[in-house]
Design a protein around this ligand. Structure first.
Ligand code: NIG
Ligand code: FE
Length: 421
């Protein structure tokens, strides 16, 4: 079973207390919807064998007939899970915004702060003032921090540039992160995050700038995988969103959009209409939105960390799951609405506030997270042939302990591309 080729890298992990999130050969799913989200197969007392960067095989310790001498790691009863796939973040940013946090405590709303030139515009000013080198350094440090909390693949957006120069600067930083980090990174182009001050009265001008000037350069340099728009009252309207998504498609950028965070804006419907890979946020979602999602391939991605931090209503995860939809969870890591990329904490919020079970929540940020980045063939579960991006936890009694033990990091070690990092 362990035919060894000496040119290959091998790692055998033995004595795994619980090997979680497994999919048997021939039974792999691209995503889990509705009741399927409760499926979470576990092998107790397991081994896992990695060849190069991929999962080769796994099974019960009692059935393991041969132990190769080299590269054996005794997990001593620890839990192993697929690494988190965080499909929505704004991890590249220049500076924190705790003053706005204090202003919100004192009664200002997120939208009021934005109207006063705070919020996204505040972040854009700070990003403009920062060199590409420094922006890379601070972002790399954040990336390392979330990897230490179990993130094994991530999406990162532009959207704090809001000018051709600074949007490209952000996207180049994301590209450098892609080139230098071991985990897969997908980039989304989010120039349509807010209207910069000089275009507040000239929406047409900013749309033209995005469509005629930024998009061709972004595409030319291959800097983005997805097209994002903050579709929201006071930000980008349905009509503006449609034009932007059509323009993105012309360059092969599929939509992944911000929708229905603050209002019933029609954002979900417009995302579905334009074949978005996912529609993200969804605090404000009702039957019409759910009907639109049914029968589409668009994944509803919930960002409850933002609802938690802004103190607004949570997403109706149960309604979506009951409607047989594939719910995805992501952090939304950004300096305004969710200054945390901590997935274990996200799991706690999903369980306690959205009433997702630990199985549903973990599936939502592993296999369905991978689906929301079109990577579920290679990531998101323990399956033969998938990339060996794994979490090895501290010694914990069960996987449900991860959301239960809130505020603490369950991760002891990470395996990325088959090696310990
Ligand atoms: O996903 N809602 C729009 N964008 C971000 C927040 C951006 C910010 O406040 O800096 C979000 O919540
Ligand atoms: Fe976001």
């Amino acid at each position: 079973m362990f035919a060894q080729n000496s040119h290959m890298h091998h790692l055998l992990i033995t004595n795994i207390g619980s090997l979680c999130g497994i999919e048997k050969e021939g039974q792999q799913k691209p995503r889990l919807a509705g009741k399927e989200m409760s499926q979470f197969a576990v092998v107790e007392n397991a081994w896992l064998y990695i060849e190069d960067d991929k999962i080769h095989s796994f099974g019960r310790m009692s059935d393991m007939d041969f132990i190769p001498a080299e590269n054996v790691y005794d997990a001593e009863g620890r839990t192993v899970l697929p690494a988190w796939v965080d499909s929505h973040t704004h991890l590249v940013f220049a500076a924190s915004r705790e003053q706005e946090f204090v202003d919100r405590i004192k009664g200002l709303s997120y939208e009021e702060i934005a109207r006063r030139g705070g919020g996204i515009l505040n972040s854009a000013r700070r990003l403009n003032d920062m060199s590409e080198e420094e922006l890379y350094e601070v972002s790399l440090e954040r990336l390392h921090r979330v990897m230490a909390q179990g993130t094994g693949a991530i999406e990162i957006k532009s959207g704090y540039g809001l000018s051709t120069y600074s949007e490209l600067k952000m996207l180049r930083v994301i590209r450098r992160l892609k080139e230098n980090s071991p985990i897969p990174i997908q980039a989304s182009f989010l120039a349509a995050h807010a209207f910069p001050p000089e275009y507040l009265q000239d929406h047409e001008g900013y749309l033209k700038l995005i469509i005629d000037e930024m998009l061709p350069q972004v595409a030319d340099e291959g800097l983005a995988d997805y097209m994002d728009v903050f579709c929201e009252k006071g930000f980008f309207s349905i009509e503006e969103t449609e034009r932007l998504l059509e323009a993105g498609w012309k360059y092969g950028l599929k939509p992944k959009i911000h929708a229905n965070q603050l209002h019933y804006s029609g954002g979900v419907q417009v995302g579905v209409k334009h074949r978005a890979v996912s529609v993200d946020h969804l605090e404000c979602i009702g039957n019409e939105e759910i009907e639109a999602l049914k029968g589409s391939n668009t994944i509803p991605t919930l960002l409850p960390g933002a609802a938690f931090f802004l103190g607004i209503q949570y997403q109706p995860a149960r309604k979506l799951i009951d409607a047989d939809l594939p719910v995805c969870l992501a952090t939304d890591y950004n300096p305004g609405s969710c200054p945390s990329g901590n997935v274990p904490l996200l799991l706690t919020i999903a369980c306690t506030q959205l009433k997702m079970t630990p199985e549903e929540a973990i599936n939502a940020v592993t296999l369905n997270g991978a689906a929301a980045l079109e990577m579920s063939e290679e990531l998101g579960s323990i399956a033969t042939g998938k990339k060996a991006n794994l979490i090895i936890t501290r010694k914990i009694p069960s996987y449900a302990y991860i959301p239960y033990d809130f505020g603490n990091n369950p991760v002891e070690r990470m395996v990325v591309n088959g090696v310990f990092v």
